[in-house]
Write a protein that binds this ligand. Structure first.
Ligand code: PLP
Length: 354
C-alpha cells in the first residue's frame, strides 16, 4: 500500500536498519561505528545519524569535512569521525565544526595543532595506520614515532585505526593486516580506541571495534541482514503499443503489437544504472521487464495488463532478488557500493519505523 502522494520516492526502513545494527553489534566484541559517508551510501546521512544517535550509537563516521559539517548543521551533536585523511587546508573547518579528523601525515598534524592554537581549541584526532592498503596512514612499522610526533604537537590522539584491503577477497592478507595491527597496538599500548574491521571483515573474521557501512544497509547477502531501501514510482503514462512501435532512445524495443507499456518517472539520474535494470515489480507483484533504454528521468516497462496512474511500482526492492540493488550491481559489472552511492537525492525520501 502506498503511503505517499508522490510520483516517485524512496522509503528507508529504519526498523530494518535497527535490526541490522543489533545483529552487527551482537557480532562485534566492541563498538560498531556506523559509516555514513556519501550520504550514508545514498540512504541519507542526516536522518540516519539522528536515528542511530538516538538509538545509542556512540559516534558515526563520514569521509569529508563537508559531510561532517552537514551533520552539524542538521543538529547532530554527537561524535563525528572523518575517515578521509585530513588535508592541512581543512584543519580549521574540522576544528570549528567539532569534527574528529584522521591524521596520516605530519603536515596535517602540524596544521591541526597550529589552527587549534590560533582558535584556542583542543585538537583531537584519530591516527590512521597503514597495515597494507597503501592508500593513507602512517606506515605501521613507524606508528610509535608517528604517535609521539603527533602528541608532541599537543594533539590528543583518541583513536588509532587501520583499514582492511581484502576482506571478502583474500583471507590470508586480512590475517597479515590483523597481525600488523596487533603489533601496532602492542607498541602503542592501551589507552587508545583501536578499530579495524569493515563489514566483510566483521562478518567473515569477527572484530572488536568496527566501522560498518554496507552491512548496516543490509547489502550483504547470506547473514540474515536486510536491505533497507525501496524505490517506488507511479506511472505517468500507460498505453498499448502497436506492432512496430519503437520505444525510447535508439528505438531499441520494437513492439510486437498489443503490449501494455508504462512510463515510470525515474531514470539514471535517480540512480538506476543504465543497461543494468532488467525488471521492476508491478502493482500485483509481477515482474515487469524494462523495455528499451533507461533515460535520464524515465523508464519504460511492459505490463501484463493495463493499470491506472495511481498504481505503484517497486523499482528497487529491499531484497536480493532480480529487482534488488545487488542484481543491479552485478548486471552493471560493479560493486553494490557504487550503485548505492548514486541513488539520487532528488527523490523525496521517507523514513519509516513501524
Ligand atoms: C576507512 C573505512 N572504514 C570503513 C568503511 C566501511 O566499509 P564497509 O561499507 O565495507 O563496511 C569504509 C568504506 O569504504 C572506509 O573507507
Amino acid at each position: 500500500m502506498a503511503l505517499v502522494e508522490a510520483r516517485a520516492w524512496m522509503e528507508v526502513d529504519l526498523k530494518a536498519l535497527w535490526a541490522n545494527w543489533r545483529f552487527l553489534s551482537a557480532r562485534a566484541k566492541g563498538e560498531v561505528i556506523p559509516v555514513l559517508k556519501a550520504d550514508a551510501y545514498g540512504h541519507g546521512a542526516l536522518p540516519l545519524a539522528r536515528f542511530l544517535f538516538q538509538k545509542g550509537a556512540r559516534r558515526v563516521a563520514v569521509a569529508a569535512v563537508g559531510e561532517g559539517r552537514a551533520l552539524r548543521e542538521g543538529g547532530v551533536e554527537g561524535e563525528v569521525l572523518l575517515l578521509g585523511s585530513l588535508h592541512p587546508l581543512e584543519a580549521e573547518e574540522a576544528l570549528r565544526w567539532g569534527l574528529t579528523p584522521t591524521l596520516s601525515t605530519l603536515e596535517a598534524a602540524e596544521a591541526l595543532a597550529g589552527r587549534a592554537r590560533a582558535l584556542g581549541l583542543t585538537p583531537r584526532a584519530h591516527l590512521k595506520v597503514d597495515t597494507g592498503m597503501n592508500r593513507v596512514g602512517f606506515p605501521w612499522e613507524e606508528a610509535l614515532p608517528a604517535l609521539r610526533a603527533v602528541e608532541a604537537l599537543g594533539i590528543r590522539v583518541e583513536g588509532v585505526y587501520s583499514h582492511l584491503a581484502t576482506a571478502g577477497e583474500d583471507a590470508a592478507f586480512v590475517e597479515v593486516q590483523r597481525r600488523r595491527f596487533q603489533e601496532v597496538r602492542k607498541a602503542l599500548g592501551e589507552g587508545y580506541f583501536y578499530h579495524l574491521e569493515n563489514s566483510l571483515g566483521l562478518l567473515l573474521h569477527g572484530g572488536e571495534n568496527v566501522r560498518v557501512g554496507l552491512a548496516l544497509y543490509g547489502l550483504v547477502p547470506g547473514f540474515g541482514l536486510k536491505p533497507i531501501l525501496r524505490l517506488l514510482a507511479r506511472p505517468t503514462l500507460v498505453k498499448r503499443l502497436k506492432a512496430g512501435d519503437r520505444v525510447g532512445y535508439g528505438g531499441e524495443y520494437v513492439a510486437r503489437g498489443g503490449e501494455w507499456l508504462a512510463t515510470l518517472p525515474v531514470g539514471y539520474a535517480d540512480g538506476l544504472p543504465r543497461g543494468a535494470v532488467a525488471w521492476v515489480r508491478g502493482p500485483s507483484g509481477a515482474l515487469c521487464p524494462v523495455a528499451g533504454r533507461i533515460s535520464m528521468d524515465q523508464t519504460t516497462v511492459l505490463l501484463p495488463g493495463p493499470v491506472g496512474l495511481e498504481a505503484v511500482f517497486e523499482v528497487l526492492s529491499p531484497d536480493f532478488g532480480p529487482t534488488g540493488l545487488l542484481a543491479w550491481a552485478e548486471a552493471r559489472g560493479t560493486i553494490p557500493y557504487e550503485v548505492a552511492v548514486h541513488l539520487s537525492r532528488r527523490l523525496p525520501r521517507f523514513y519509516l519505523y513501524d
